[in-house]
Write a protein that binds this ligand. Structure first.
Ligand code: SF4
Length: 316
């Protein structure tokens, strides 16, 4: 049985109970301010507003054609875990992978939340348009269910390349598209990359909930702060690019940190902060691990950039 005190605790107290200290939370808010180009002095205000409001925000998380990698990405992150922020402070009413309920109970939870309206709708995975049977949810076409949920949402967020622009499924035969294409007239906030970067989702949510508005978006509806510059602009291999030093032979240990352009790197066409904000609490990112950028935050990804091992301009 639940302790009655648990119903009275603030969003922050609930976080603290889960091991996220106030210092960690403030650090996250400061990081969010810095990433979104806000005055760092706003961090305590964002924290205060978020603490008051987060606990009340209902979230519906729908999954179309995808690999569940965006959910996995969120759950694997650390310090303080965005999954702690999202799962403990927001009220996630429906998430096909994470929710304990299943079958009729899960459908009922979804329908009740839709009936109440004013929730945050998150889409992971693409939407098939060639034939509704390519993706069904609870026996109904996913496209219809998604539109129904979007109609009463306060804000729609597409996470990951598939949900934003069609992503990998778009290269197939299902007519896969992103959320914006099936919701004309609705502003969908896009957070592309494969998978979504958890700090971007948490940053966007903290900003929206505390400021009651959206951050500045670019012409692809991506928060400008995260997608203003190309990866090439801040890549640590850039000096080698300028010197014309390109990695050609993976077996030559002397050139392993040279520019990956001749191995198909799409960093010049790809707008992202990947080189500044690494994965898993700064442990690594594609280029540092020796993988050329695949361009996953761009609408061209994957089909338009394939084959990924070929240089986009020189065909090398
Ligand atoms: Fe640019 Fe890619 Fe070379 Fe980095 S590895 S400098 S992003 S081309």
């Amino acid at each position: 049985m639940k302790n009655v005190g648990q119903f009275c605790e603030s969003g922050y107290q609930r976080l603290e109970r889960k091991g996220v200290s106030r210092r960690d939370f403030l650090k996250l808010c400061t990081f969010t301010c810095a990433a979104l180009g806000l005055d760092l002095g706003l961090a305590p205000k964002i924290a205060e507003a978020a603490e008051k409001n987060l606990f009340k925000k209902p979230v519906i998380w729908m999954q179309g054609q995808g690999c569940t990698g965006c959910s996995e990405s969120l759950l694997s992150s650390v310090d303080p875990g965005p999954e702690q922020i999202i799962l403990e402070l927001l009220s996630v009413r429906y998430h096909p992978t994470l929710m304990a309920a299943s079958g009729d109970q899960a459908v009922q939870s979804l329908e009740e939340c839709i009936a109440q309206g004013k929730y945050i709708l998150v889409l992971e995975g693409s939407i098939p348009t060639a034939d509704p049977r390519y993706c069904m949810v609870e026996g109904k076409p996913f496209l219809e269910e998604f539109k129904k949920a979007a109609a009463k949402a306060e804000i729609v967020i597409a996470v990951g390349s598939c949900a934003c622009f069609g992503g990998i499924p778009k290269a197939g035969f299902t007519g896969a598209v992103g959320a914006q294409e099936v919701l004309p007239g609705v502003k969908v906030v896009n957070l592309p990359s494969c998978p979504v970067k958890p700090d971007r989702l948490v940053g966007l949510l903290l900003y929206y909930i505390s400021q009651n508005t959206l951050p500045k978006l670019d012409n692809l509806n991506r928060p400008e702060a995260y997608y203003r510059f190309t990866l090439h602009d801040s890549c640590y291999r850039r000096l080698h690019y300028e010197k014309g030093e390109f990695l050609e032979d993976w077996n030559n240990p002397n050139t392993l940190d040279w520019c990956l352009y001749h191995k198909g790197c799409k960093g010049q066409e790809t707008y992202t902060t990947c080189a500044k904000s690494w994965w898993n609490d700064g442990a690594n990112f594609c280029i540092y691990s020796g993988s050329p950028c695949a361009g996953c935050s761009q609408p061209e990804y994957y089909e338009g950039f394939a084959p990924l091992s070929v240089n986009p301009k020189e065909g090398k």
